[in-house]
Design a protein around this ligand. Structure first.
Ligand code: SF4
Length: 388
């Protein structure tokens, strides 16, 4: 049966422009990849572009990559340019503004890069930037330089290219026990190529956990097939972190993709980026975190948006981040509260405000309602002698 806009999920109400598409095609991720939106004409089949959006698409051509899956386009409000899904995927003129202090590589990938794809920043773990391809090129991507910027990519991601040098580096550093596959989006590769990379890592005895950073569960959940999950499950422990930024992105399809991963023993965490005009309010964040728990995704990080070239217009203040964290901590289930962090060249730094301070009387504690109490024994622990 062809799907109609009124069916299937709550977000269908946002998709009056979606053409009728046979179920077999809609559920096939390759169909979506082949029909990605890359031109004004194609975008107009889904949304009513504003003159500013059209201008941005035109001016950014040749500078930043742009593509949107039909699935993700179906979540957009066709009439509202402030739609949180639309702002993440449709180019904006803000990407051309040179903001003070903006950098192309604020997290220091270039500095810590050891091989074509391996970035070794922390002692016991590395990231492998295995591809620059993504199903949707998110306008706020921290790695915009590697993924979206047409001239900025520094590594090769040809499927035919060998990963030997990268695997050799990891094998020759036995202190590396954790490898994060990222990019770009690793699930852009076909299953066979992905298996080749993962089995290569599994053959290294010192590698304990393999993590995958993928936004496919959000941008094209149909990619998370049973076949893919079965392949990944052969190489446990495998973990996957995804990237939901707004409750509108939680659909029947994305929940089903998460369910498939979980049923194959792959824990799913979420990394949200705090984005101006998209999720920078307490109500949206509370809904997002509680809805993630509903689909059994564990909120992991809330990233402060970095001052990345072409992304700065999405930045909020740290004070805004604190306000949101205050609106989460104590108000929702504890494990639904992500860690608020800033990514820097010296690593991820937790930046939430503390709920305590030292005073002469002891430790002054504050709860989520602003109530306070002093605990003196917390800073004067029992001595070894007392314990005997
Ligand atoms: S899918 Fe991830 S890597 Fe790709 S553009 Fe989006 S945020 Fe960046």
């Amino acid at each position: 049966m062809p799907r109609t806009p009124a069916e299937t999920d709550a977000n269908a109400r946002f998709t009056p422009n979606r053409p009728e598409i046979p179920e077999s095609e809609w559920n096939d991720w390759r169909w979506h990849m082949r029909r990605r939106i890359t031109s004004v004409k194609k975008a107009q089949q889904w949304i009513r572009l504003t003159p500013e959006e059209e201008q941005a698409i035109d001016k950014l051509a040749g500078k930043y990559r742009w593509s949107v899956t039909p699935y993700y386009a179906s979540l957009m409000d066709p009439n509202d340019p402030t739609c949180p899904v639309r702002q993440q995927a449709i180019p904006a003129l803000g990407e051309l503004v040179e903001f003070t202090g903006a950098e192309v590589d604020p997290v220091g990938d270039m500095f810590y890069r050891k091989t074509n794809r391996v970035v070794h920043k922390y002692p016991d773990r590395v990231i492998m930037l295995i591809t620059e391809a993504c199903p949707v090129y998110c306008r706020h991507c921290t790695r915009k330089f590697h993924t979206t910027d047409v001239g900025g990519s520094y590594f090769r991601d040809n499927e035919g290219e060998s990963f030997e040098e990268d695997l050799r580096y990891i094998a020759s550093h036995p202190e590396i026990r954790d490898v994060l596959l990222t990019g770009g989006d690793p699930l852009s590769y076909r299953d066979g190529k992905l298996q080749e990379i993962i089995s290569g890592l599994r053959a290294i005895p010192s590698v304990q956990i393999i993590r995958i950073g993928s936004r496919f569960p959000v941008l094209l959940p149909q990619r998370v097939t049973d076949e893919l999950c079965e392949m990944l499950a052969q190489y446990h422990p495998i973990w996957l972190n995804t990237h939901f930024n707004h409750p509108k992105e939680i659909t029947q399809e994305s929940a089903a993709a998460v369910d498939r991963l979980l049923r194959h023993g792959i824990p799913v965490g979420n990394q949200t980026v705090l984005l101006r005009g998209i999720n920078d309010d307490v109500t949206t964040m509370r809904t997002l975190m509680t809805e993630l728990l509903n689909i059994r995704v564990r909120p992991y990080y809330l990233y402060h948006c970095d001052n990345v070239t072409g992304v700065s217009h999405f930045m909020t203040s740290i004070e805004k981040g604190w306000e949101i964290m205050e609106g989460l901590q104590g108000h929702i289930t504890g494990f639904g509260v992500p860690q608020y962090v800033l990514t820097t060249r010296i690593g991820k730094i937790p930046i939430a405000q503390p709920y305590f301070s030292r005073t002469h009387e002891g430790l002054l504690l504050r709860n989520y309602r602003g109530e306070e109490m002093v605990v003196d024994d917390a800073i004067h622990p029992i001595t070894e002698r007392d314990a005997q």
